[in-house]
Design a protein around this ligand. Structure first.
Ligand code: NAG
Ligand code: NAG
Ligand code: NAG
Ligand code: NAG
Ligand code: NAG
Ligand code: NAG
Ligand code: NAG
Ligand code: NAG
Ligand code: NAG
Ligand code: NAG
Length: 575
């Protein structure tokens, strides 16, 4: 390159001289050292002369005789070429060609030296060392793949074929390390031993005559790693990348390199180009290289695309190569997100707690009743009380509500709680001894009870009773304040307004709520297993006695408290 620009400089400087002198300018001198016995050709060409309509004449410098155009002669001119078919020892000397177009004329000289060469013949030991022409000295880069070229410069009228390669005196067979491709010999993975003397031969056919061209090539091995010229892979940095299974991933390989370097940049897996490795599925592909030029370097980017990350990709090094530099990425599964797990676990726990509470709330009555029937023996609690509940209710027989109330208190309540469930109730107006003072009855008996059942109905004249019955009030107060007795408030009908009721009732209603009677007065409602009675039983103390008579037990079997065990259990499963 620099030779050419030097020449250009020289020429542009010399041009005016030449034109004014009307003579040809000596442009350059070529030196050719060629072995005897081989065909030789030299083209008279001078790059600044671009016009194709050139006039070229060859002549010998020694006696200024011109070279003949007779193609049958051993040494002749063929178009712009001088041909020797073949060279003889006496051909050494200087040959000149004058190349002329309409404006310019140049003289080009060739100093031809014909040498005698005993290539691998028995009289000499191995190939002799020659001081060969430039193009017969070639170099191979260590550790890379490169090629040697067999320079076969002949005019088109020469047919060249059957190219063979030799190292030393041995012919090189095309095998893994060597591949013959046209005038080239590809050498894979160049090693130190690949240096030395090479030769290539070709068969030349000219006007039906055959010759053998043999070139000698002295091959040197050169280290490609020259300081500071190594491509710099700025990314990846032998790092790992967290990526979800099945996702798409694109990773850039970013490289800075000097402008002079002509390195190959690629992605490899297991030393194979990814495009070749995944040539069937095309799941992983190398992108097209892009570059950005800077003042003193070039920035290259070549990406790798994983269309879908598979399990087998994890833990493998995907290598980015840039000349001698390499760097890899490794894929790894994302670390499990402990925060997410924690939150999830907490949510699940809360959900569990909430659902347990919900289930408990909707089944607590059944659960408690079942628990009682399962684990409480039918023995009297050891608290020296005679009754399970004291029943307090308004009395006003003339009203229809009063009638319902009486039915409830005197018939249904004893039927269910006493007969079916075995509780013992104290019902005022049934269980007191005649002639006893009302206040005494209440005061004495309420102390013998475990619960106080208060029945109320909506405000009506018939049940302003509590307002006037100080005894009942006393009973309620006793129960609430003195004994801490549990009170069960039963509404015979929905009571909207408690303001007319005594404060104690209002207080109970507010604190513990009330159980609403939802049945009628038929047999069906007199069953201990209805919702209403379950609620009442839930608030009652654990069952005290078994049903009083076996006959009644038989009659009421479907409603019996004792069968509540399985009933409740089933109720748990199918609400
Ligand atoms: C030989 O030289 C001529 C001009 O001098 C040029 O046009 C031609 O391309 C050259 N041939 C080769 C094979 O270089
Ligand atoms: C010039 O010299 C060559 C050999 O160098 C010879 O073949 C040729 O005949 C000579 N020509 C003349 C005119 O003497
Ligand atoms: C031509 O080459 C020979 C041997 O290479 C050398 O001795 C001679 O000086 C050269 N002649 C010129 C004019 O350069
Ligand atoms: C490569 O580039 C990085 C960042 O641009 C820089 O830190 C590092 O020194 C460079 N390495 C070489 C060998 O030039
Ligand atoms: C690689 O280069 C590209 C620009 O070509 C840039 O967008 C990207 O961020 C670079 N990546 C890294 C990891 O430096
Ligand atoms: C890479 O090559 C090694 C041995 O050369 C082999 O054991 C391994 O299975 C290869 N990896 C893949 C992904 O093919
Ligand atoms: C993929 O490459 C392997 C070896 O490199 C080759 O045997 C196979 O035929 C190739 N498949 C396709 C579809 O090119
Ligand atoms: C990857 O390279 C391709 C070219 O082969 C380009 O079209 C694409 O935008 C690149 N992707 C990224 C993320 O740089
Ligand atoms: C930079 O990229 C352009 C095309 O985008 C390409 O023609 C050119 O050869 C590249 N340069 C180098 C030094 O690779
Ligand atoms: C990355 O790994 C390659 C090959 O294993 C190694 O040659 C290179 O020096 C490593 N680079 C870094 C930055 O560790």
């Amino acid at each position: 390159m620099w030779v050419r620009s030097l020449l250009l400089c020289g020429v542009s400087f010399a041009l005016p001289l030449f034109v004014t002198a009307g003579t040809c300018k000596d442009a350059e001198m070529h030196h050719e050292i060629i072995s005897e016995g081989r065909p030789f050709a030299f083209n008279c060409t001078y790059p600044p002369v671009t016009n194709r309509a050139v006039d070229v004449t060859w002549h010998r410098a020694s006696n200024r005789s011109s070279v003949s155009n007779n193609r049958q002669l051993r040494n002749h001119q063929d178009q712009t070429w001088i041909l020797f078919l073949p060279l003889e020892e006496g051909d050494s000397g200087i040959y000149q060609c004058v190349i002329r177009d309409t404006h310019n004329c140049y003289r080009i000289a060739v100093n031809l030296t014909v040498v005698r060469n005993h290539w691998c013949d028995s009289s000499t030991e191995g190939p002799i060392k020659l001081s060969l022409s430039d193009e017969y000295q070639q170099s191979l880069p260590l550790g890379k793949s490169a090629s040697l070229t067999c320079h076969l410069d002949f005019p088109d009228s020469c047919v060249l074929d059957s190219i063979k390669w030799y190292k030393g005196c041995e012919e090189l067979k095309a095998e893994k390390q060597y591949v013959v491709s046209g005038p080239r010999l590809l050498v894979n993975n160049v090693a130190e031993e690949d240096g030395g003397s090479y030769a290539c031969t070709a068969r030349l056919t000219y006007l039906g005559r055959q010759f053998t061209v043999r070139n000698y090539i002295a091959v040197s091995i050169k280290e490609v790693v020259s300081g500071g010229r190594i491509p710099n892979i700025t990314y990846p940095k032998n790092n790992s990348i967290e990526v979800q299974l099945g996702s798409t991933l694109i990773v850039d390989c970013n490289i800075t390199d000097t402008k002079e370097n002509t390195n190959l940049r690629c992605w490899r897996i297991n030393e194979t180009l990814v495009d070749d490795y995944y040539n069937d599925s095309k799941r992983i592909r190398e992108g097209i290289e892009t570059n950005v030029s800077f003042k003193d370097h070039i920035f290259y980017t070549v990406n790798i695309t994983f269309l879908e990350v598979k399990m087998e990709d994890y833990g493998l090094p995907f290598m980015c190569h840039a000349g001698v530099s390499t760097a890899y990425i490794m894929l790894k599964l994302p670390a499990p997100d402990f925060r997410a797990y924690l939150i999830g676990g907490l949510m699940a726990f809360l959900l569990l707690v909430v659902s347990i509470l919900c289930i408990y709330n909707s089944f607590k009555i059944d659960i408690k009743l079942w628990y009682r029937s399962a684990f409480y023996s039918a023995q009297a609690p050891d608290d020296e009380k005679m009754y399970d509940a004291y029943v307090l209710y308004p009395k006003c027989p003339r009203e229809s509500q009063g009638h319902d109330m009486d039915t409830m208190v005197l018939k249904i309540l004893p039927e269910v709680l006493e007969k079916q469930c075995g509780y013992k109730l104290f019902i005022f107006g049934r269980d007191e001894f005649p002639g006893q003072a009302v206040a005494n009855v209440i005061d004495e008996n309420i102390k013998l009870c475990r619960r106080l059942i208060v029945l109320v109905a909506p405000e009506s004249p018939s049940f302003g009773f509590l307002k006037h019955m100080s005894e009942d009030q006393i009973a309620v107060y006793n129960a609430l304040i003195q004994d801490g007795m549990k009170v069960i408030l039963i509404e015979l009908e929905k009571v909207k307004d408690y303001s007319g009721m005594p404060e104690s009732i209002q207080y109970i209603r507010q604190k513990h709520g009330a159980i609403q009677w939802d049945g009628d007065f038929t047999e069906k409602s007199q069953c201990a297993k209805t919702k209403f009675w379950k609620k009442v039983r839930y608030h009652m103390p654990p069952r005290r006695y078994p049903p009083s008579s076996p006959v009644q037990l038989l009659r009421h079997t479907p409603c019996n408290c004792t069968s509540g065990k399985w009933d409740a259990a089933i109720g748990l499963i199918t609400p």
